[in-house]
Design a protein around this ligand. Sequence first.
Ligand code: ZN
Length: 542
Amino acid sequence: MKKLFFLITVALVLWGCSSREVVDLVVINAKVYTVNPEFDIAEAFAVKDGRFLFVGATEEIRRKFKAKETIDAEGKPVYPGFYDAHAHFPGLAKFLAQADLSGSGSFEEAVDRLKAWEQKNPDKSWIIGGGWDQNLWPGKQFPSKDLLDKAFPNKAVFLSRIDNHAAVANSKALELNNITNIRKIDGGLIGGKNNIPDGLLVDNAMGLINIPQPSEEEYLELLQTAQDSLFSVGLTSLVDAGVSVNALELLKKFYENGQLKIRDYAMVSASPETVDDYIGRGFYESDRLDIRSFKIMGDGALGSRGACLLERYADAPTKGFLLHSPDGLDKMIEKISNSPFQANTHAIGDSANRILLDLYGKHLTNNTDRRWRIEHAQIVSPEDFPKFRQFSIIPSIQPTHATSDMYWAKDRIGAERMKGAYAYKHLLNEYGKVAIGSDFPVERFNPLYGFHAAVARVNANGFPEGGFQMQDALTREEALRGMTIWAAYSCFQEHRRGAIENGKDADFIILEDDIMTAPAENLRTIRTLRTVVGGETVFLRK
Ligand SMILES: [Zn+2]
């Protein structure tokens, strides 16, 4: 009898085993934020062929599946991979090869950093740096070439501002590019006096300087290093907000060779030529790289007073400027509207936002699901907010811009216009979704900085107490949706990523602490333990 019982048991176990479906991976004992429409929390899931196959309870997963790999999350929280809805991947790669001037407390300190960088890189023919912000310096004056000429009389120097909307070059760099006097530049500015350039170049004037580019191998290595940094903070997807034709073609090559793994929704940098060119080519869509949209530059940035305002700046006799003429913008947008491509336009100032919203509205007459985006939507006039709803325009926002600019934004635009500035909740209430990004390398790439800034609206030190313009804070659920499923939606990808649901790409992360419940002051320092893209672990904290 005992023997019979034993045999039956063995048979049942064998039958149980054989009926279990073989999968590549299961994650069990987790707190899984699925970010599905109900915002359900699950315990486990199974992954097969790079996709989520089944989401449920640990026991259920164990009973149903036989896994090649099992990850016991030991109660840790799991989220869909973070999606940066506005970033600059090639920009970050190049930033890694430059002298890092971010956070420098004065121009003198920046020059000291350049000297140290030059000692470490003696064979470089140019000194290229980035990340300075004159708003952090005593006097808040823009830098000029004088200090650079003194320190580097024989080497060309080019230093871009943190927002990439201004730069300072030394005399050697100006000479090499034949910039010997001040001339008028559409959508830009050469700084100086009495027809003598002082080295400051704003927006379109920056393009006058040709800086040496890395070789193809160097470039790939820089991109891979950047990618590893992004994986280490839980990013699995990003929107590349404006990529040049050269960089795009290289990205295509690297992705086709399987040399890059992060998912990239790359917007083509729009000019009259590239709009014709890429519409002619049609969509490029693959597992990891999509090219089916344009990034148009509306205006400049607030920090360098290039943002285009309806009324003059509060602290300077200018209204800023557009980077294309309204007619030029109209023509590009009309062409895009007649194609299946998506239009995404950088608009910071209230004038730029109005012009772009109206142009979008003019051309989006009979199609409601074009998902055109306004990048930044930073200062919006009260009467223009409803246009996001009316024309179905997605606000693409970067919450760390609020906490980086809050020290001086009011100086630029005054108290009245501040009411419609960094107004993320207002924008969310209009459209019903926001796509959240970091704008790295303008800001740090860690998405939890953006999450923290969105929900608490304070800097890393908890300043200001109680938060900056808290009426525009987002809830944690809204912020998490903004950096997962809504970001995917803004790229027409909500059916394939952005949530832990059956059939979607198995992109997920395990964090050491729960961002939905942790005290706000801890949010920036919560570390990513594991990052998985398409079922493959691409980062594991040791
Ligand atoms: Zn950007």
